[in-house]
Design a protein around this ligand. Structure first.
Ligand code: GDP
Length: 315
C-alpha cells in the first residue's frame, strides 16, 4: 500500500483532524475529500463552508475561539448589510468574503469547483490535496415535522432548533465523485479515515455519491473513523441532538451502528472505553485514545494514533 491516506471530512471537527494529519503527511500523501452538501448561494456568491473550514485550518487562518471562519476577522461588510436592513442571518467576515468572491469569479469563468479548490489551496500555501466530494451541485435538505429546510436555514438561520426527522441530498443521484478522490482510492491508499464529523450531514453525503462507497470498499485499505461523539455528547454542533431525534443511541455505540457496514475500526475517547467490547462485538476493531482536540499537539497526537491504528489493522 504505497498510496495516500484519504480522509473524508466535514467542516469544524474534520478540519481539526486534517490539520493534525497534515503535520505527519505531506503533499500527495494526504487527500482530503470535503463535503459539499452544505454549499449554497448567498448574495450571488457560492459558499462552501466545509471546504473553507479545511482550507483555513490548513493555512493557519482559522479562528480557534469562534470555531469557524478566519481569525483576526473584521465585520464591516456585515454591519453595512445591517445598516441597509439586508438579510444578516449568515455572517460573512470581510476576509472570508474575499474567498467567496474569488471562488465565485473563477467558477463564473468556467473553472470546476475541483480546480478552484486546488487553486485556492495553492494560493494559501497548502501542499496536501483538498478536494470537493464532487463538482456537481448537491444540496442537503433537513426534514422536519414543519417541512423541509435547506441546510443553512436549519443550521444557521434556525440555529438547529427544529426537530429532525431525516435528510435528503438533492442532486446526489446525478453527482459524479471527484476524480482526484477516485484516483486516490485506486492507487492502493494506506488508509481511509472518516474524520470526527457529523455522520448525517457531513459524511453521509460523501458516502451517498454514486460509486463512492463501492470505490471505498474496493480500495482494499483499512477504513477507520474517529468518533465525533465523546461521552454521549457532540463537542460542537447538532450531531447528538440529531441522533436523539432520529431515535439512535447517543453514544459511540450509535456511531459504530451508523458506520457498521463500512468500518474496520473506530477510534473512541478514553471516556467511552467501557463501550469498547460492545463495539467490537459489532465486528470492528476499537482503539481508545484522547480524542478531544484542544490544540495543535492533541490534533497531531490523534492523527498519529489514528494512522497507527489503521496500519495495525492492515497487518
Ligand atoms: P461542520 O460541517 O462544520 O458541522 O463540521 P463537522 O461535521 O466536520 O464537525 C462536527 C462534529 O465534529 C461534531 O459532531 C463534533 O462533535 C465533532 N468535533 C468537533 N471537535 C472535536 C474534537 O475535538 N474531537 C472529536 N472527537 N470530535 C470533535
Amino acid at each position: 500500500m504505497s498510496g495516500p491516506v484519504l480522509t473524508l471530512s466535514g467542516g469544524v471537527g474534520g478540519a481539526k483532524l486534517v490539520l493534525g494529519l497534515s503535520k505527519i503527511l505531506d503533499g500527495d500523501d494526504l487527500v482530503v475529500a470535503c463535503n459539499t452538501g452544505d454549499d449554497f448561494d448567498h448574495f450571488g456568491l457560492r459558499i462552501c463552508p466545509d471546504i473553507d473550514s479545511v482550507l483555513y485550518a490548513l493555512s493557519g487562518l482559522s479562528d480557534q475561539q469562534r470555531g469557524w471562519g478566519r481569525r483576526d476577522e473584521t465585520w464591516t461588510f456585515m454591519s453595512a448589510i445591517q445598516d441597509l436592513k439586508g438579510p444578516d442571518w449568515f455572517n460573512l467576515g470581510d476576509g472570508d468574503l474575499a474567498t467567496h468572491v474569488l471562488r465565485n469569479e473563477f467558477l463564473r469563468q468556467g473553472q470546476s469547483l475541483n480546480a478552484v479548490t486546488a487553486d485556492l489551496a495553492t494560493r494559501l500555501g497548502i501542499t496536501v490535496n483538498v478536494c470537493p466530494m464532487t463538482d456537481d451541485p448537491v444540496a442537503t435538505v433537513v426534514q422536519t415535522p414543519a417541512g423541509d429546510l435547506a441546510f443553512q436555514h436549519y443550521f444557521v438561520r434556525e440555529q438547529c432548533q427544529p426537530c429532525v426527522t431525516g435528510f435528503r441530498f438533492d442532486g446526489i443521484a446525478r453527482a459524479r465523485p471527484n476524480g482526484r478522490v477516485i484516483a486516490a482510492l485506486r492507487s492502493e491508499p494506506k488508509a481511509i479515515i472518516i474524520a470526527p464529523s457529523n455522520p448525517y450531514v457531513s459524511v453521509d453525503p460523501l458516502l451517498h455519491i454514486p460509486g463512492m462507497l463501492d470505490a471505498i470498499k474496493g480500495a482494499n485499505a483499512p477504513i477507520v473513523a474517529v468518533s465525533p461523539i465523546v461521552g454521549g455528547q457532540a463537542i460542537k454542533g447538532p450531531a447528538a441532538k440529531m441522533m436523539a431525534e432520529l431515535g439512535n443511541d447517543v453514544s459511540v455505540l450509535g456511531i459504530a451502528q451508523h458506520y457498521r457496514d463500512i468500518l474496520d475500526g473506530l477510534v473512541i475517547d478514553l471516556q467511552d472505553a467501557h463501550l469498547a467490547a460492545e463495539i467490537e462485538a459489532m465486528g470492528m476493531r476499537v482503539h481508545v485514545a484522547q480524542t478531544l482536540m484542544t490544540d495543535l499537539e492533541t490534533r497531531v497526537a490523534l492523527a498519529q494514533a489514528t494512522l497507527d491504528f489503521a496500519s495495525e489493522i492492515a497487518q
